[in-house]
Design a protein around this ligand. Structure first.
Ligand code: ADP
Length: 414
């Protein structure tokens, strides 16, 4: 089945073409073809196209809205120059969409119909920065490909629907949950699920045998405690702001700060919230950048004090969450790193793990340094009772596989 995976944001559209079916999934040989992104939709858009062999090309086009972007993309993918082998719109058999918030309603990936569209719309209040754009992506695809092409929604929150009440409820007046659905939902679910599934596959372990802590460390960062293949706790909450220190988000803090900062700085509460989302985290502490590569360079080469501090706070918070999730899980087999930082920075991984020797985790420095640029493997020393791994996340692949599963009705593991 030829599947187009789409992730529609406010002014961006990320995409990948994947060919998959039951046999390919069983043998782990899905064909991942062209991927890329269209940025600055609404003006002179910049399009980045990356072939399976890693070669990249760039071009520009004037795309006034999401509809124009999807139309351009479908036109490009079905033209010979794309190299996808697709030659007509009918060659796109199904489309899988990343949708950020499925609320309490969507517990797994579903075929998009009018009721599902309404359901995503109903959750706009919970994810005003994301769900409207995801909806726009689905509507634009319907128009570009017609109602006959099945579309599947894959929710970022769905994997966390297994959180027990004691993990998802905040200790605030209970009626707030009943009246307004205020609770912890968790995000990055597709990523944590993808990492956990791949970990079981490469270690040849069954669902019931695995207790792991997964760390998705990208621009956004989250941790997840996984037992028997399901999420039992995760660090993001009602919104993606809670939990770990991130590129520009603060993660956990005292809620009383909102009013205090607002009064001291003469800001509205929504301005403070925007500050916590986009001016905080690594960027806020360092005053320099949210890019971990640059921060490491500033800290190591120029000995910049605040860059060092930002990295220290980032690693300390991550280690604290690992400790908390070891307690939540009653011990674990492994800590598994993924995301741009988790997959590429041996230094950050080592600093997060340093201090977990008591839990049986000992880093093999050479193995750790070798795991960069998309390589997967174990970097804890032989004999560690808590292992450490890098397992690159592949959200697009998981969305493609879920799309196949939902459209074909074939039941698959994972
Ligand atoms: P997103 O969450 O937007 O998908 P990514 O998963 O691509 O982001 O992660 C982006 C982060 O990964 C940035 O902070 C970037 O600096 C970091 N990163 C990428 N490569 C490296 C590297 N070699 N060393 C340290 N950090 C890296």
């Amino acid at each position: 089945m030829n599947i187009l995976v789409l992730n529609a944001g406010s002014a961006t559209l990320k995409f990948q073409v994947v060919i998959t079916d039951a046999d390919r999934i069983a043998d782990d040989r899905d064909d991942k073809l062209l991927r890329g992104q269209i940025e600055r939709i609404g003006g002179e858009s910049v399009i980045t196209l990356r072939n399976a062999d890693g070669s990249t090309r760039r071009r520009t086009a004037s795309l006034r809205d999401m509809r124009a972007a999807v139309d351009w993309l479908v036109g490009y993918l079905t033209a010979p120059e794309s190299g996808t082998g697709l030659s007509a719109r009918a060659d796109i058999h199904a489309v899988g969409h990343r949708v950020v918030h499925g609320g309490e309603q969507f517990r797994s990936s579903v075929m998009v119909d009018d009721a599902v569209l309404q359901g995503i719309e109903d959750n706009v209040e919970l994810a005003p920065l994301h769900n409207p754009h995801n909806l726009r992506g689905i509507e634009a695809t319907r128009k570009a490909l017609g109602m006959g092409v099945p579309q599947v929604a894959v929710f970022d929150t769905a994997f966390h629907h297994t959180l027990p009440e004691h993990a998802y409820l905040y200790a605030i007046p209970y009626p707030l949950y009943r009246r307004h659905k205020i609770r912890r939902y968790g995000f990055h679910g597709t990523s944590h699920r993808s990492i956990a599934y791949r970990f079981r596959k490469i270690t040849a372990r069954e669902r019931g045998e695995v207790r792991i802590v997964t760390l998705h460390l990208g621009n956004g960062c989250s941790a997840c405690a996984i037992r028997d293949g399901v999420s039992i706790d995760t660090s993001m909450g009602f919104t993606p702001l809670e939990g770990l220190v991130m590129g520009t988000r603060s993660g956990d803090l005292d809620a009383a700060l909102l009013d205090y900062i607002a009064a001291k700085e003469g800001l509205s509460l929504s301005q403070v919230e925007a500050m916590l989302n986009s001016q905080s985290g690594l960027l806020g502490i360092s005053g320099l950048t949210n890019d971990m590569r640059d921060l490491l360079a500033e800290a190591n080469e120029l000995n910049d004090r605040r860059a060092r501090l930002a990295i220290e706070i980032f690693c300390y918070r991550a280690r604290k969450y690992i400790g908390a999730y070891l307690a939540a899980l009653g011990g674990a087999d492994a800590v598994v790193f993924a995301g741009g930082i988790g997959e590429n920075s041996a230094e950050i991984r080592a600093r997060i793990c340093d201090g977990l020797q008591w839990a049986g985790l000992h880093v093999d420095a050479a193995a750790n340094s070798a795991l960069v640029g998309g390589r997967e493997g174990r970097f804890s020393a032989d004999g560690s009772t808590l292992e450490a791994w890098v397992v690159p996340t592949d959200e697009e692949l998981l969305i493609a596989r879920d799309t196949f599963r939902v459209v074909s009705g074939v039941s698959l593991p994972g």
